[in-house]
Design a protein around this ligand. Structure first.
Ligand code: RIB
Ligand code: CA
Length: 312
């Protein structure tokens, strides 16, 4: 008897790697996308919302979409140097085929969770603004969330400050609420995502599959590589895709359970995710922190996934 697909709620700030994460999710028979919501991060909420709708149109994702919020206390922190002025520069994406539903992201997420016969998995690949707001507005729904598989944070270091990774830094208050929510977390932080790299040879393998999606993904990778090349990277770190890949190919990853706290103050450390590696605080773990990846196996997932649309 084949396992039932895992019901997932995608929440992100597309964003090149968000788009690639969503591509893996849309191609995998092991996952069923129940909803898509946008958050402010890589670009403004208006741009990430538009990009989310374009990615859904490209992938043929048949699910409702809602526009999310802006950071709880902080201001929006668009990063055109990484993802371009649009937030998804470098490829020819279709125009949206649907409009956002007339509900805030939190209410769409709540509606979807309530109507799911099985507990859901939330997959945030941007700041945790919407997830925190969901738990604040509807705490009773936390028991209907099996786990949160998120891209964010880093135990060893940050990437936007020495201490903080971008997604957490944009909205540390939201991240603090999510890490203290009691809902189990799979944390795809920089400790693993900086190893989850696609190389130019992988871009070529993806493009060689053929079809509209493989062309768009290869084009997005070529653009995304410009930023990584400027930092001396040999390839692109596809951070967000780890949060999806873990759900259907966990064998490609290694990790360890630990308590993780989010710093919201700190003269130098706002947005840091502090991992209690030696259990010095004596608290029960709240996260499974991913630390290792089979890079070649990870890259093969993309070639396999774009083949889903090779005839398009
Ligand atoms: O630090 C990497 C994260 O920041 C990724 O989610 C990327 O899309 C950006 O949002
Ligand atoms: Ca993202």
């Amino acid at each position: 008897m084949s396992k039932q697909p895992i019901p997932v709620l995608l929440d992100g700030d597309p964003g090149h790697d968000d788009a690639m994460a969503w591509m893996l999710a849309a191609a995998s028979p092991a996952l069923k996308i129940l909803s898509v919501t946008s958050c402010s991060g890589n670009q403004t909420i208006e741009k990430t919302t538009y990009n989310a709708l374009r990615v859904m149109a490209l992938l043929g994702i048949n699910a409702p979409m809602a526009m999310g919020g802006t950071p709880m206390l902080g201001k929006e922190m668009p990063v055109p140097a990484v993802h371009g002025a649009s937030g998804l520069d470098g490829a020819d994406l279709p125009e949206p085929k649907q409009a956002p539903v007339d509900l805030p992201a939190v209410e769409l997420m709540a509606q979807v969770i309530r109507s799911s016969p099985d507990p859901v998995t939330i997959v945030p690949t941007g700041p945790l603004t919407n997830v925190a707001a969901l738990f604040a507005a509807h705490p009773e729904l936390k028991s209907r969330v099996e786990r949160i598989s998120l891209m964010g944070g880093g135990i060893a270091h940050g990437n936007w400050t020495p201490a903080a990774e971008f997604n957490i830094l944009v909205d540390p208050e939201a991240a603090d609420m999510v890490y203290r929510s009691g809902v189990p977390i799979v944390m795809a932080g920089l400790d693993v995502t900086e190893k989850a790299m696609l190389m130019p040879s992988d871009f070529d393998r993806i493009r060689a599959v053929g079809g509209k999606v493989s062309t768009v993904i290869a084009d997005l990778l070529e653009f995304f590589f410009q930023f990584h090349k400027s930092l001396g990277y040999p390839g692109c770190t596809i951070h967000d895709a780890v949060a999806v890949a873990y759900l259907y190919a966990p064998e490609l990853f290694t990790g360890t359970d630990m308590y993780v706290a989010v710093e919201t103050g700190g003269r130098y450390t706002r947005g840091a995710t502090i991992g209690d590696v030696h259990n010095l605080w004596g608290k029960a773990p709240n996260a499974h922190v991913l630390t290792g990846v089979d890079r070649e196996g990870f890259a093969d997932l993309f070639v396999e996934a774009v083949s889903h649309w090779k005839e398009d």
